[in-house]
Design a protein around this ligand. Structure first.
Ligand code: ARG
Length: 571
């Protein structure tokens, strides 16, 4: 049930008939700002007026006649809009369909047979995930869920950062600065110590730049398969992967299909370089570096091999595209990575194009802005990144306090606090346009009012509480009800859910769905304050309202689920 598409189709048919094959101008079917103009408005007559050289109102009137349908009332409005108001009969019968769909409401199969790679939550080994990894995780996970709901095969990969000179530096520091008898401390607290060690190593290099050569040398040894380096590196990978999986679980992310580290592409690299040289796309410079010159396109030089012979980030990404095309035959290959890497992805896609890689045209950098905390928001030393665990701990603690205060009797308060705290953080992120920077603020995120996760969760819980009191209600065809304007508005809004998912998917923008859910929550709140549900005397009307509450609750739950946000039944 996608009324937007139904209208689009019907209007296209009418226009084709009307112009007698003169062609169909681009026109839009949109929800008007002012709901008094109807559930949808189309500008087809305005567009046709240019084509036919006739007054738009005249065309709108003609088209209105052709567009008559039992599902809506259509009228022409100056300067030439077509306004559609859904009939009560259609709205009420739509409720039945939504009710029956249940958890499948909003799902479709349009993506059947197509696979999409979604790459997100790309952690680097030897470091803990921090607040900077949150957006990628949350946006990527929501996209995976949205794609899946539309029948696509969505494959997620973390593309673990486990290769590169920085690990040579870490190896050098570990081998020279950590005494044998102190290594057990690293086993016990790997991240605290490795992070500090890396910081120290970089400070030393800052003072004595030549030291960097040792790091390069250690990485080169690792690339050549040196036993000792390999062993230390494998230990770092092991502890890091454990941490990654633990964090992904704590964030409630869908299981990943792949955790393919950058190192796993090592074996393909020499072939890629050879191929690039053979195709004359790349050149070997005097110092031994292999580069693709993109300076004419203002994309600088893409380095494939550094002068010291080490492989590069771009090279590993080239191998990744090839692997993914071969392994998954992707329809789209999506990288959810922050905006700082847009230059990298432009280079990458351009080089892949020059090399004639299959699938590069379907690769996309889905970029996002930064999330930061206002300074002093957490008791962490200034300049230190905030660990994801610390952020989540604090979210739970704060959510627990809020819930305790609002509802002291609530059972399972600790579990609910986890869901609300996490939901608040995720929603704060997902409700913002992914391209903008966001400053995370606890009070705003955890508020039970306004465009927040807790507000949506709370609205859902209230609807569920009404339904628990109402008991079982069965759908009965309601012959002739007169819907009030708020009921009309609410059903019409619920019906926009499938189109909303479609738009969020097309734009790779979960915030489109979030904005919709917020509107839905606001309208349903308005509805049950204005219209009694349980106290309604008229049996039919009461049943109808209960069903309306049910389908709205379902829509909220399904939508929040696509955002990866839990919906507690009580809070
Ligand atoms: N690990 C990388 C970093 O920390 C991000 C990986 C992005 N994905 C990619 N395919 N390049 O910057």
């Amino acid at each position: 049930m996608n009324l937007h598409d139904a209208l689009q189709e019907k209007i296209t048919g009418a226009v084709t008939e009307y112009t007698g094959g003169l062609g169909i101008p681009d026109f839009s079917v949109e929800v008007p700002e002012n709901t008094e103009h109807g559930d949808y408005a189309a500008n087809a007559a305005l567009m046709l007026s240019k084509l036919l050289g006739r007054p738009p109102m005249e065309i709108a009137n003609d088209l209105a006649q052709k567009l008559a349908d039992e599902r809506w009332e259509v009228s022409a409005a100056p300067p030439g809009f077509l306004n559609f108001i859904f009939t009560d009969k259609m709205l009420v019968s739509a409720l039945e369909e939504i009710l029956t769909a249940g958890e499948a409401w909003g799902a479709s199969n349009v993506g059947a047979g197509k696979s999409v790679i979604v790459e997100y939550f790309q952690l680097n080994i030897a470091k803990r995930p921090h607040i900077g990894h949150l957006r990628s995780a949350v946006i990527g996970d929501a996209l995976k869920r949205i794609f899946q709901s539309q029948g696509y095969t969505a494959i997620s990969d973390t593309h673990v950062g486990d290769w590169g000179t920085q690990f040579g530096i870490l190896l050098w520091a570990f081998k020279t600065l950590v005494k044998e008898e102190d290594r057990h401390i690293y086993e016990e607290y790997p991240f605290e110590n490795l992070e500090k060690l890396y910081e120290i190593a970089n400070l030393r290099i800052l003072q004595t730049p030549e030291l960097r050569e040792y790091g390069k040398e250690e990485f080169a040894k690792l690339e050549r398969g040196d036993r000792e380096n390999r062993k230390i590196w494998e230990w770092m990978v092991d502890v890091s992967m454990k941490k990654l999986k633990e964090s992904a679980e704590r964030l409630g992310l869908l299981p990943f299909d792949e955790h393919k580290g950058e190192s796993s592409y090592e074996k393909d690299m020499s072939l890629i370089v050879e191929d690039a040289l053979k195709k004359d796309a790349a050149t070997r410079k005097e110092d031994g570096a292999v580069v693709v010159d993109l300076t004419k396109e203002k994309l600088d030089e893409a380095v494939l091999i550094k002068s010291d012979g080490a492989s590069t980030y771009v090279l590993r990404d080239l191998a990744t595209i090839q692997y993914r095309k071969k392994e998954w035959k992707f329809w789209k290959n999506i990288y959810v990575v922050d905006v700082r890497q847009s230059h990298h992805f432009k280079q990458l896609f351009r080089v892949a194009e020059l090399l004639g890689y299959e699938g590069v045209g379907d690769s996309e950098h889905v970029e996002f802005g930064f999330m930061s905390l206002p300074s002093g928001a957490m008791s962490t030393r200034k300049g230190t990144v905030i660990a994801l665990d610390a952020l989540l701990d604090e979210a739970e603690r704060r959510a627990y306090d809020v819930i305790r205060e609002k509802n002291p009797e609530l059972k399972d308060a600790a579990d609910v606090a986890k869901q609300v705290g996490l939901g608040a953080i995720k929603y704060f992120d997902l409700s913002r346009n992914r391209k903008s920077d966001v400053i995370f603020e606890w009070e705003k995120a955890l508020s039970f009012e306004g465009n927040t996760g807790p507000y949506l969760q709370y609205t859902y819980a209230r609807l569920k509480s009404i339904l628990r009191k109402a008991g079982n209600v069965f759908f009965q065809p309601i012959a002739s009800v007169q819907l009030s304007s708020i009921e009309h508005k609410l059903i019409s809004l619920v019906l926009r859910y499938p189109t909303t998912i479609e738009n969020a998917l097309l734009d790779r923008s979960p915030h489109i769905l979030a904005a919709y859910l917020y509107e839905l929550a606001s309208v349903v709140n308005e509805f049950y304050h204005a219209r009694p549900v349980l106290q309604e005397k008229n049996e039919q009307m009461r049943a109808l309202r209960i069903i309306l509450v049910t389908v709205t609750a379902n829509t909220l739950r399904n939508g929040l689920d696509l955002l990866g946000i839990a919906t507690p039944e009580e809070m």
